[in-house]
Each structure stands twice: as C-alpha cells, then as structure tokens.
Design a protein around this ligand. Structure first.
Ligand code: ZN
Length: 187
C-alpha cells in the first residue's frame, strides 16, 4: 500500500542527517541533489554506516547488495557487468525499468565504477521510501489498521504498539527483478 505516514521531506531530512553524522559535516550544507561521492566525499565504507543509521531511524533493513549484484546472482556472472567492467544492455534495461528518469546517466558500456557517483541524497531517500511503501495494511499482531509514526519516522501500531514490519531492501530488489523479467518475457 502507499503509506503516507512518513513523508518524503522527512525521509530526505533524515538521510541528510545520517550522511552528516557519518561524514562529520553540517546537514544544512547538504542539498537533496548532491552526489554522495562527488559532492559530499562519501566512500564505499561510509555507505554501510549511513545505511545502518537509516535502519535504526526507520526500523527497516536496507539492501546489502546493489541491484547489479542481484542481477548477476539471478542471471549469472557477466549478466550485469561484462569482462571489461562495463554495464551490459540487460543491466541498463533493469536499471531503467527500476529507476526510470531518476538516473538519466545510465547507458550500456558505461564503466561500472561510474555508477556509484550517480547516487544522490534524493536517490538514497527513494530507496528508503520504497521500503516504507511495503508497510502492510494492518498490524500483524492485533489486526488493527492504525499505524502511527513516532517522531515522524518510526512506524508502530497505534493499538498494540507493535513495530511495523517491512520487506527488506534485498527482498524488494529480488521481487522487482522477477517482475521486470516476467514483463519482458511476455512481450
Ligand atoms: Zn497492533
């Protein structure tokens, strides 16, 4: 269901905060369209820390593996990245189906090392929103449909207090890949 308990503005604010804490910088100097790597100077290891902070904040599980790794897991080595370290047509098909116009920069033959620099605060927030969208209609414990967000971020049942349970980031990517695969088979 489309959850509207946690707003995109709030998520962007929390991503800025998580990034600022990880990089020891000032959140007010961070823009939603800043590239994590190019503009903010984040390194690979920083993403683990940022993800961890976001998980704690929202009570979610971020994806441990990027979509390209999932494509290779599902379709075999070389399915997403060729022997020259470049994106394949298949990888671009999935990335475009998944992210649409959010990443205009994806193209086949692109060096995979250039992909992380396309990630911005807004795309990180999009990843969080996608997981939050998996909020079930009703509480799994008491069956009531009265979600509330503590501090605007952590959703729990308004009746029994049980914390919301979301689909994990990795499971969500697997579901998308299967769905996109199905759609492309039928046409
Ligand atoms: Zn409940």
């Amino acid at each position: 269901m489309a959850q509207n308990i946690v707003t995109e503005e709030k998520v962007i604010e929390e991503v800025k905060k998580a990034v600022a804490e990880t990089l020891s910088s000032d959140p007010s100097g961070i823009e939603a369209d800043n590239s994590m790597i190019k503009d903010l100077g984040a390194e690979s290891l920083d993403f683990l820390d940022i993800n961890y902070r976001l998980e704690q904040t929202f009570g979610i599980k971020m994806a441990r593996h990027f979509i390209l790794e999932h494509i290779e897991d599902m379709f075999g080595e070389g399915a997403a990245i060729d022997e020259n370290g470049q994106l394949t047509e298949k990888a671009v098909l999935f990335l475009k189906a998944r992210y649409g116009d959010k990443f205009p920069g994806f193209s086949a033959g692109m060096d995979m090392d250039e992909v992380p620099s396309l990630f911005t605060i807004r795309t990180m927030a999009g990843g969080v929103m996608d997981i939050l969208e998996t909020l079930p209609e009703k509480c799994g414990k008491c069956g009531s449909a009265s979600w509330k967000a503590d501090g605007g971020v952590k959703v729990g049942c308004g009746s029994c207090g049980e914390a919301a349970v979301y689909t994990t980031g990795d499971d969500l990517i697997k579901q998308w890949l299967s769905k996109i695969q199905e759609e492309n088979k039928s046409c």
